[in-house]
Design a protein around this ligand. Structure first.
Ligand code: GAF
Length: 385
């Protein structure tokens, strides 16, 4: 964890004076319910104890000046000239500024220092965390009176328009709305939600980072979304009231999609079944049936890998390997896919042993380092100063 004192000192070093506000916005995990959010289904995420931190201060001119600690890079742009830029990382802030401007807020210039301990490209939503940190900080700095959920929606649209990923709302919602010790069961249709205690007894959530990020991930993500929308269109021909895959049954897919396009059929069936798995997993969690919860994770991975085709050989290897150990209740790839982390439910006494055994085998197999990340369900975005 990075302290607010460290962030304040860094801001001063970079900008030569003190920040007026410091905001922390966390990355997230998701227990189950993958690729369901943009299909108006359910998700079960929570924020983690790794976050993006931004420190801000108003300027007297109409410029935005950013500094990203990870890249040791500055970026400057006039407020009148906000647009997506080639540098990449500033887009997550500029996309938020653009959304605020589109909503009629007139912002003044500001400095922003950005740092964090969410591993980048690990599928832990560092980008959503940055969008939400920026949105929250600007909300406070310019007294915009935005609700938390608006900050999440603004972050999602920033991702669509400035990063080109047509993501759902899960990551931003989890970053802004989470509660320590709980997961959020979120209905992505109307954004109603409830907190559920993540009571894992002798077990803990352990993330295993493949340290792989495949370059086609964004376009493949958008392709999956398009396949789901096409499946909905096919069903709508017979059932005009259907609005999204949330409303569709496997029987309808069998009848109206299967013979038209096998690939779209499999993608849609995965989503319909994943929603069901999430509901079953919630019941298991409520009943304290951790073995059943773990089995749902393994089933989800199977679907993500074989039907939805968003896994990769490194993720499949890690999930297959942990199946050898009774101390691991379940595992699956997490997030958009094509790299990043697996989420594992592991007996607390076995975590370090598992990492010690697996890391050299993974290295020998893929010539990549395996990074293990122990995470704790944490509070959403907060103002530190
Ligand atoms: C990414 C997206 F940003 C989320 O909206 C979600 O669709 C997830 O992939 C898959 O469940 O993290």
């Amino acid at each position: 964890m990075i302290s607010k004192e460290q962030i304040a000192a860094k801001y001063n070093e970079v900008f030569g004076q003190d920040a007026t506000h410091i905001v922390r916005s966390p990355g997230r995990i998701n227990i189950i319910g993958e690729h369901t959010d943009y299909n108006e289904g359910f998700v079960l995420p929570t924020a983690i104890d790794k976050a993006i931190y931004v420190a801000v201060e108003k300027r007297t001119d109409d410029f935005i000046r950013l500094y990203a600690e990870d890249f040791k890079a500055y970026f400057e742009i006039a407020l009148a000239n906000i647009r997506p830029v080639e540098e990449g990382w500033p887009n997550y802030v500029l996309g938020v500024v653009d959304q605020l401007q589109q909503r009629g807020f007139s912002l003044g210039g500001f400095n922003m220092y950005i740092d964090g301990d969410v591993p980048l490209g690990a599928g832990l939503s560092s980008s959503a965390a940055l969008e939400c940190a920026a949105g929250y900080a600007l909300n406070v700095l310019f007294d915009l009176q935005l609700a938390r959920v608006d900050i999440a929606k603004i972050g999602q649209l920033a991702e669509h328009n400035y990063a080109g990923v047509k993501c759902g709302i899960m990551d931003q919602f989890a970053s802004v709305m989470s509660k320590a010790g709980h997961v959020v069961k979120l209905d992505c249709r109307d954004l109603s939600f409830s907190y559920k205690p993540l009571d894992l007894g002798d077990y803990a959530v352990l993330l295993l980072n493949t340290n792989v990020k495949h370059s086609l991930a964004s376009s493949a993500y958008n392709d999956r979304r398009a396949a789901c929308e096409e499946g909905v269109r096919l069903v709508q021909a017979a059932y005009p009231d259907v609005k999204s895959l949330r409303d569709v049954t496997v029987a309808q897919l069998d009848q109206y999609v299967k013979d038209v396009d096998q690939d779209i059929y499999e993608k849609c069936r995965f989503v319909v079944e994943e929603n069901q798995r999430l509901n079953d997993a919630c019941i298991a969690l409520e009943n304290g049936d951790l073995e059943e919860l773990g089995q749902q994770l393994y089933r989800a991975h199977d679907g993500l890998s074989k039907e939805y085709e968003v896994s990769c050989k490194e993720l499949d290897f890690l999930v297959d390997y942990v199946k050898n150990f009774p101390e691991v209740l379940g595992a699956r790839m997490m997030g958009g896919g094509f790299g990043g982390c697996t989420i594992n439910l592991v007996h607390k006494s076995f975590q370090d042993l598992l990492i010690d055994r697996l890391a050299p085998i993974y290295k020998a197999q893929f010539d990549l380092d395996l990074t293990a990340i122990k995470v704790v369900p944490s509070n959403g975005t907060e103002l530190l100063v």
